[in-house]
Each structure stands twice: as C-alpha cells, then as structure tokens.
Design a protein around this ligand. Structure first.
Ligand SMILES: Nc1ncnc2c1ncn2[C@@H]1O[C@H](COP(=O)(O)OP(=O)(O)OP(=O)(O)O)[C@@H](O)[C@H]1O
Ligand SMILES: [Mg+2]
Length: 272
C-alpha cells in the first residue's frame, strides 16, 4: 500500500535478484565481458571474486543469458556439498540423470557427456557460485574434470565465483595445478557515487515511479556513504528509506531520511 502512495508499481529495492532490475555498472559489465571472453576463448578456469553483496550471484544468472546457443551450461549456486552430491548436481544440471552413485561413475558420465558435446561442436561451461566454500579436495576434483581436452581446445570451461577468500584458497600450495590453469581473473568492486545515483534512478524507473517521489542528490550521496556502494546494502537502506518516507508522510528522500533509516537498520532499538 505504501508503494502506491509513493507512486510506485512495485518494490524498487527488493533484495531478491530480479533480472528486470539488473543494472550493469561498468564493473559488472567488465566482469561479464571477462566471463564471456574466457568461455568463448576456452580459457579453462575463470576466477571471479567480489566482496559480500556486490552482485556475484546476479552476474552468474546474467551470464547464462549471454552465452551463445552452442554453449551448454550448468550453474551450481550452493556448492557447499559433499564431493558426491556436487558431482550429482552437475550431472543433473547438464540435463542428465545421475543414476550412478559413486564418484568414479559420475566422473565417467560427465566425461562421456563432454566428449559427445565436443563432437557436436558445443562448448561446455560449469559455473560454481560460492566457490570460496569448496574444500581443497573438491577443488582438486573439479580440476580433474577440466583435464579432458582435445589437441586444440579444452572441453569444459569452469567459472569459479566467490568472496575474496576464494583467492586466498586458490593460493594454497596444494592447489598450484589448478591455479596455473586459471586463464581469466576479475575482481568486482563496489559502485562509485555516480553509479549509486544511476542505480537508484534505474530501480525507481523499473518499479514504475510516476515522479511522485523525489530522491535528492544529498539523499543518494548518503546512500553511497552508508552502503559504501555495495548493492545489497543499497537496497536495504533504500527500502528502509521508502518506508520512512511513507511513515513521515513526505514524498522527498533526502540525506536526513536516509541517515535515520540507516541508523534504524544498524541499531534498531537505539534510535530516538
Ligand atoms: N548489477 C546489479 N543490478 C541490479 N541489482 C543488483 C546488481 N548487483 C546486485 N544487485 C542487488 O544486490 C543484491 C545482492 O546481489 P548478489 O546476491 O548478486 O550479491 P553476491 O555478491 O552474490 O552476494 P554474496 O556475497 O552474499 O553471495 C541482489 O539481490 C540484487 O538485488
Ligand atoms: Mg551470492
């Protein structure tokens, strides 16, 4: 109901990852280009890192829409599973039935699939989100998956996406072989002030804002200051600010409203 009062069709700052609200900042575009390039050029391993809430999962989902039709993909969003479960999930996501229940058989099933797809001229990509949670043994297992190649090219490209601890994990001596196979790396940083302003405008527009609501420059600057440009935090702060706007019966979001809303978020009971 409060959305209607503010001239909005839907919630502009939901923290779910709705592709309709996608805003590709320069960093997000660059990250996407690195992924697409690494896959197209068959670079083997691609490493994408970013702090919490900077848009990694959003990018993984966006990537799927940027692959050409001859590229078959599997996206694993929660790889903190056992080795066996992970292999089963990979098999399933590639559209097969993981009938076989031991590691070796599942491995063979994937290898067979890769060879079949190669004869059809298809490229294969496996995207593993939250890859910082993979243990060393699983990472080593994933490296072995990538061993299959013809004289000319790799049959599977593997995109490892994770928080900065992923980089630390990959620098462990036990993972030297995997590290040497990383052909593309990119680190996503937070949005700068201009991008935060555009991000807010973009989301309001997509949510059907009819102009009733005004988000001042000072309000956007305060969002930037409080969120440090991290999209999930931007959404939380902006969402709270919208609610405040409704409660105070105003149609203008300025620095003061954002500041108060942020304080309520970080210290819900300490606000006078
Ligand atoms: N490029 C973007 N365009 C629009 N919204 C975005 C974008 N990036 C992030 N968001 C918003 O921020 C939220 C957090 O993004 P996302 O879940 O992709 O971050 P993450 O880096 O995967 O976080 P975590 O480190 O917790 O896994 C998303 O649900 C979405 O609402
Ligand atoms: Mg994520």
């Amino acid at each position: 109901m409060y959305l209607e009062a503010l001239g909005l069709r839907e919630n502009p700052f939901s923290i779910t990852s709705d592709p309709a609200f996608l805003y590709l900042s320069r960093k997000h575009r660059e990250a996407l280009s690195h992924m697409v390039y690494g896959i197209r050029e068959r670079k083997g391993f691609i490493e994408i890192t970013g702090e919490i809430g900077t848009g990694k999962t959003t990018l993984c989902k966006t990537l799927l829409r940027h692959l050409d039709p001859t590229t078959k993909s599997a996206l694993i969003l929660q790889p903190a599973l056992s080795d066996l479960q992970l292999l089963q999930l990979i098999v399933q996501d590639f559209g097969m039935n993981p009938m076989r229940t031991n590691r070796l058989n599942l491995f063979n099933q994937i290898n067979q699939f890769l060879l079949e797809q190669a004869t059809l001229g298809h490229n294969i990509v496996l995207i593993l989100d939250e890859a910082q949670n993979l243990n060393l043994r699983t990472l080593e297992q994933i490296r072995m998956l990538s061993n299959l190649e013809t004289d000319k090219q790799k049959l599977i490209q593997i995109v490892l996406v994770g928080q900065p601890q992923l980089r630390e994990k990959l620098s462990r001596p036990e993972l030297e072989q995997l590290r040497q196979r990383i052909g593309v790396r990119f680190h996503i940083t937070a949005l700068d002030l201009d991008e935060v302003c555009t991000y807010i405008d973009h989301r309001l527009r997509v949510a059907g804002s009819d102009g009733t609501l005004e988000w001042t420059q000072d309000g956007a600057e305060e969002v930037f200051r409080c969120s440090k440009g991290v999209p999930r935090l931007i959404n939380q702060i902006c969402d709270r600010s919208l609610l405040a706007c409704y409660v105070y019966r105003v149609k203008r979001i300025d620095g003061e409203i954002v500041r108060r809303s942020y304080q309520e978020l970080v210290a819900p009971v300490a606000v006078s």
